[in-house]
Every structure is written in structure tokens, then in C-alpha cells.
Design a protein around this ligand. Structure first.
Ligand code: SF4
Length: 331
């Protein structure tokens, strides 16, 4: 997460505004923002800020989360049409049907969900704290929405049975990275460390030395001894990675990994939002109350974004691979 004085245009007043940008937005928006981070870091920064206006440069659920956690602040979303396509695939009705099929099983909602879905869930999580959140429940089974890939990662890390709802829910940006494409890249860069986001498929995760949230990947890229790193998440993160680790050769796992929803948030729209303080995010009070409970419960659980991949995992055969590289490395 970064926070520092940012450039302004003449006449622009932003002393009372905190601009929050996700790691996946355009580089010029990252440069303009006061805080750049993953979903959990942005939520925490929004809560900690004393500024009355929050401009959220990200997709809809991030702006909703900021609004729900900060009822006394004015939250502005520069582009309301920037809507996470994974979150949009899960309805409250489908989640409630799953609850009815599995009575008594707690529902964990990835924050990449609508506020309405969060409101009927027991607890939220981010990719940075999903394992910790599920472990904190101390139950044998959970319903997990809406990403089956993160659900599978959590199941492998915790041993908890995870029921994914919807059954085929996933992020199209991360699903775009195929196992065969990654295998080809590993053959080209046999000594590279492979790091991927847990929203990638289990087959892709099985090829990686490190699986973690964007914040965990940003820490890892500085710590690894590898000189070349294959990065399996939205390519916009490479901008920040290159500044954090200028000595590393960073190879995008796929140029298809570019979320179109995140790219809708342009610098012009963010500047306009700062100037006009519009469009304001409004969440139905009943929905906000329910979602607030699930989000607050999540924030009470410690973050654990650096958990290593499972040492029990079978290793795939994809040609020469580097030796173990420390925390998060393939055993
Ligand atoms: S990268 Fe995937 S999960 Fe993130 S906003 Fe885009 S579609 Fe949603």
C-alpha cells in the first residue's frame, strides 16, 4: 500500500479527499491516488482516514465496501459502469438456495461480491485473508461465494470442505490464464519463479512456486532470490512491481489478464470525481446493515497473505524448475 503527496492540477482541491486505487487500475490512476493497494488494504485505509470524501478508483464492490464501512463519509465511484463481472454472476436468490440446501453451514463471501450478497452472508473475506477467515470459523464445511478457484485454494490450505456457489463462478481475467500457456512460458523461462493469484485455476496454481494475494505478491517479488519472475495476475500490477523490484525481470503470465472493468476507470473520470464529488455511492440501508456486519467480522480477523502453498501438493512435470526459494516456494 502506498500513501504520499500526489500531483494535482491548477485549481484542484483535494485536501479533504482520499483517493483510493486498486492495484489493477491504470498506471496513471495509481500515480494520482493517495493510496494504492488490494481490496483489504483499501478497506482498511478507508476506515482509518479522517477525510470526509473517499474517491474509490476500482470496481463497484470496492466503492460499496467503502460506503458500507464509512457511513459518515461521502464515497464517490468515478465510473459506476465499472462492475466486477464475477460479482455480477451471483444473485442473492442463488446464494439463499445454497443456504437452504446446506442448513447450518456458514456462508463466506469474497468481497468481490455485491453488497446484497454480503448482506446475507456470515462473514466476508479477501484473497489476502480468505484462509485465515475460514480457519477462524472452526467448522468442517463452509459455503464460499462467488469464486470457485479461491474456494479450491482455501479448501486445499485449510482442509475445510468448501461448497462453491455458484458452482462455476470465477474471475474471467484470472481464468484466462491456461495451464498450457503457463507451461510454455515456464519452458521459455525455466529458472523463473512463478507466482499467481488464487483466482487462477487450480491447474495453474499447481504450477506456481507462490500463490498469494496482490499484496502478498508485491512483498514476495522484493524478497525472492529469483532474478526472473512470471506474474500470474492482472498485468496492471506490473507497474507497481517494477518500481518495487527494479532489478527483477518481470514476465506477465498472459497479456489476456487485463480486467476490462478496472480499465474503465480512467484518470479523467477520477479527476472529475475529485472535483465534483460525484457520482456518490448509495447503498440501501437494510443491505448496508447486513453487509457491514459481515465486513466488520472479516476485519476482526488477522490478515495472512503470505501463507505458503501446500507442501503436500504433487509437483507437475513441466521441464527444469528452480530450487526452492524460501517462503511460499514450491517444496
Ligand atoms: S479482475 Fe476479476 S474479480 Fe477483479 S474486478 Fe475484474 S472481473 Fe472482478
Amino acid at each position: 500500500m502506498t500513501s504520499s503527496a500526489r500531483p494535482t492540477t491548477p485549481g484542484e482541491i483535494r485536501e479533504d479527499v482520499l483517493v483510493l486505487a486498486h492495484n489493477y487500475v491504470r498506471r496513471e490512476v495509481q500515480d494520482y491516488a493517495d493510496v494504492v493497494g488490494d481490496s483489504l488494504e483499501l478497506a482498511q485505509a478507508a476506515v482509518e482516514s479522517e477525510k470526509p470524501y473517499l474517491v474509490v478508483a476500482g470496481v463497484d464492490f470496492m466503492a460499496e465496501t467503502a460506503a458500507i464501512l464509512n457511513p459518515g463519509k461521502c464515497v464517490v465511484h468515478p465510473e459506476p459502469l465499472a462492475r466486477c463481472s464475477m460479482a455480477a454472476r451471483l444473485s442473492v436468490a442463488e446464494l439463499e438456495r445454497a443456504r437452504a440446501r446446506h442448513p447450518g453451514v456458514p456462508v463466506v463471501a469474497y468481497v468481490n461480491s455485491s453488497a446484497a450478497v454480503e448482506a446475507v452472508s456470515d462473514i466476508c473475506c479477501t484473497s489476502a485473508n480468505a484462509v485465515r477467515v475460514v480457519e477462524s470459523l472452526d467448522v468442517p464445511r463452509v459455503i464460499f461465494a462467488p469464486d470457485r478457484n479461491l474456494a479450491a485454494y482455501v479448501a486445499a490450505q485449510t482442509g475445510v470442505e468448501v461448497i462453491s456457489v455458484p458452482a462455476f463462478g470465477c474471475c474471467p481475467t484470472h481464468q484466462a490464464l491456461s495451464k498450457s500457456d503457463l507451461e510454455d512460458l515456464i519452458c521459455i523461462h525455466p529458472k523463473a519463479e512463478v507466482m499467481v493469484h488464487p483466482e487462477t485455476s487450480p491447474a495453474v496454481q499447481a504450477l506456481a512456486h507462490f500463490v498469494g494475494s496482490t499484496s502478498a505478491m508485491l512483498r514476495r517479488v522484493r524478497e525472492t532470490d529469483a532474478t526472473t519472475v512470471i506474474v500470474g495476475t492482472d498485468i496492471s500490477i506490473l507497474y507497481r512491481m517494477r518500481r518495487l523490484a527494479p532489478d527483477k525481470v518481470l514476465v506477465p503470465a498472459s497479456h489476456l489478464m487485463a480486467c476490462p472493468d478496472m480499465r474503465m476507470v480512467t484518470l479523467d473520470l477520477v479527476r472529475k470525481a475529485v472535483q465534483t464529488r460525484e457520482p456518490v455511492v448509495r447503498v440501501d440501508p437494510a443491505v448496508a446493515n447486513g453487509a457491514h456486519r459481515a465486513l466488520e467480522r472479516m476485519l476482526s480477523v488477522d490478515r495472512d497473505g503470505m501463507r505458503p502453498t501446500s507442501p503436500q501438493r504433487d509437483l507437475p512435470s513441466v521441464g527444469p524448475l528452480p530450487a526452492p526459494l524460501g517462503t511460499g516456494a514450491r517444496p
